[in-house]
Design a protein around this ligand. Structure first.
Ligand code: NAD
Length: 515
């Protein structure tokens, strides 16, 4: 009955209020505003967030530019100290922020906490980086000359982020941009404003500690702009912003990229994926089963790296796919805070898009397991679905698109070279993997004639990257790289320096110009 359903699903608003207070968010910022914040867990309205208008967004960008002019003069290891303190705030508030991520984005508990852990990890990484940021010394043909490359702060870094990693994406950009000497302006997803406000509040605490320790940091170093796409556009169009990191759908990237190109700003684009895995004849099928299940159903199929296409060799198809179907039929779907593995879709639009894609596959003759709506007591306004496994004959129609929901298209293959070709024959190029114990296949998959994606894995699924590597993808995924490796260079400008420490002026290439 209704009463017991409510007892099992108590209102989340009270908990959200308590978390926001614990995390130090100013109540005025989330009461009485025009942006309705809902939790996908039960569809309840949990806050009414105040939005900025274009004028105040522009003012924040101006302020961030002024802050940049100061911050770039602070030695990089000192800038690193601010990021170290941010990492400490995140460590001590991991539980609260992780819980808020789970409530606002609908993630299971360990994934909400994992997202905050990823923020901590990038802070640690950036602190180390703040004592590096190194250039090169380059051989010069001229006598008594030295040639070098140096890296300098770039300016205001714009960050536009998606709902599905509501705070980690900010941290990948923010931690690097800050140690690189830039100021930051963030336009979070309008579907996840509360975690953005909470993250901003923790940054504010780190900043106060930094200043209390004697650190100097200008006002306006970091700003959060709550609003919709038009506020994102303000950031994209403002010439004070030399680099914009934009994470979201390919449609968003298609709108943003030409505007940035028009004014010669840098774009770090992290767009949609249509990630695949190949299950070969020698695959360890137990391991593969777990890898596929996590990659395809985790976060209810709402990761940019979610496994969406599975190519299974004909020799293992009949032993593997029925086992996978069993997992699909039995995986627990429901409240992500109550120990289930598959939580809700973000909203009704996501549900409709999923049903449309499944309808298309059905019309193309596919066999579908799952995909139906799951009713969760007390959460009638939420959108829970059983993940869908779709056996389909070819890669056409919806298989070529990213539908941001748990749909796994399964396709049988025979020939290795042909499957690689099929693997690469989609417009997106984010992540990929192969399950094999055949060295030749594994290496071929990672080679120039193999996967064309930014991420290529062996014997693990396509999702769950660590921050030490560069993250991003090719083709319609946008080509951007964030996080580890040398991704920091996108947030700095490079200068080539030639110094003459002799008493003559030899010209390069033997040119003579004697006046
Ligand atoms: P979305 O494209 O709807 O929105 C993303 C962000 O862009 C939001 O903050 C939105 O307000 C803003 N935006 C939209 N149009 C804009 C415009 N014209 N100008 C400026 N800003 C604009 O994406 P979503 O539904 O929040 O997230 C899901 C998508 O994000 C999926 O396609 C997923 O693959 C992708 N994603 C990619 C990565 C990656 O690293 N490659 C990571 C996470 C999510």
């Amino acid at each position: 009955d209704k009463q017991s359903a409510h007892a099992k699903n108590p209102s989340l608003k009270a908990e959200v209020d308590a978390l926001l207070v614990e995390l130090g968010v100013e109540p005025a910022s989330y009461t009485g505003g025009t942006l309705v914040a809902k939790t996908p867990i039960n569809g309840e309205t949990v806050a009414q967030v105040r939005q900025v208008d274009a004028n105040s967004a522009t003012a924040a960008i101006e302020k961030a530019h002024a802050a940049f002019l100061q911050w770039r003069l602070v030695p990089a290891p000192k800038r690193g100290e601010l990021v170290r303190l941010l990492g400490e705030e995140l460590r001590s508030n991991k539980r609260a922020l992780g819980r808020l991520v789970s409530i606002e984005a609908g993630k299971i508990e360990s994934e909400g906490l994992g997202e905050v852990q990823e923020m901590i990890d990038i802070c640690d990484y950036a602190v180390g980086l703040s004592r590096q940021l190194y250039g090169l010394t380059i051989a010069t043909e001229r006598h008594e000359h030295r040639m070098a490359e140096t890296w300098h702060p770039l300016g205001v870094t714009g960050i536009i982020s998606a709902f599905n990693f509501p705070v980690a994406v900010w941290s990948w950009n923010a931690a690097l941009a800050l140690v690189c000497g830039n100021s930051i302006v963030w336009k979070p997803s309008e579907k996840t404003p509360l975690t953005a406000l909470a993250t901003d509040a923790l940054f504010g605490r780190a900043l106060r500690r930094f200043k209390a320790e004697g650190g100097s940091a200008p006002d306006g170093l970091s700003a959060v702009l709550i609003g919709g796409r038009e506020i994102g556009e303000t950031l994209v169009n403002n010439t004070r912003v030399p680099v914009v990191s934009a994470t979201g759908s390919t449609a968003m990237g298609r709108a943003v990229a030409p505007k940035l190109a028009q004014r010669f700003a840098r774009a770090i684009l992290e767009l949609g994926g249509n990630n695949a895995a190949i299950v070969t004849p020698t695959a360890d099928l137990d391991l593969t089963l777990r890898g596929v299940a996590f990659a395809a159903m985790g976060t209810a199929g709402q990761r940019c790296t979610t496994l969406r296409r599975l190519f299974v060799h004909e020799s293992v198809y009949d032993s593997f796919v029925p086992r996978l179907k069993k997992v699909y039929a039995s995986v627990s779907v429901g409240n992500p805070l109550a120990g289930n593995l598959v939580g809700p879709l973000i909203d009704g639009l996501a549900y409709e898009a999923m049903q449309r894609a499944l309808g298309e596959a059905k019309a193309a003759g596919a066999g579908i397991v799952g995909g139906d709506r799951v009713n969760v007591a007390g959460a009638e306004a939420a959108f829970y679905v059983r993940p869908a496994l779709v056996e389909i004959g070819g890669q056409t129609g919806s298989v070529e698109r990213e539908t941001f929901a748990p749909i796994l298209y399964v396709i049988k293959y025979r020939d290795f070279d042909a499957v690689i070709e099929l693997h690469n024959a989609v417009p997106q190029g984010l992540s990929s993997s192969i399950f094999t114990n055949d060295l030749r296949e594994a290496e071929a998959f990672l080679s120039a004639r193999g996967s064309d994606c930014g991420i290529a894995n062996v014997n693990i699924g396509p999702s769950g990257a660590e921050i030490g590597g560069a993250f991003g993808g090719e083709k319609e995924t946008g080509g951007g790289r964030e996080s580890g490796s040398d991704a920091w260079k996108a947030y700095m400008r490079r200068a080539t320096n030639t110094v003459n420490y002799g008493r003559t002026l030899p010209l390069a290439q033997g040119v003579k110009f004697d006046v």
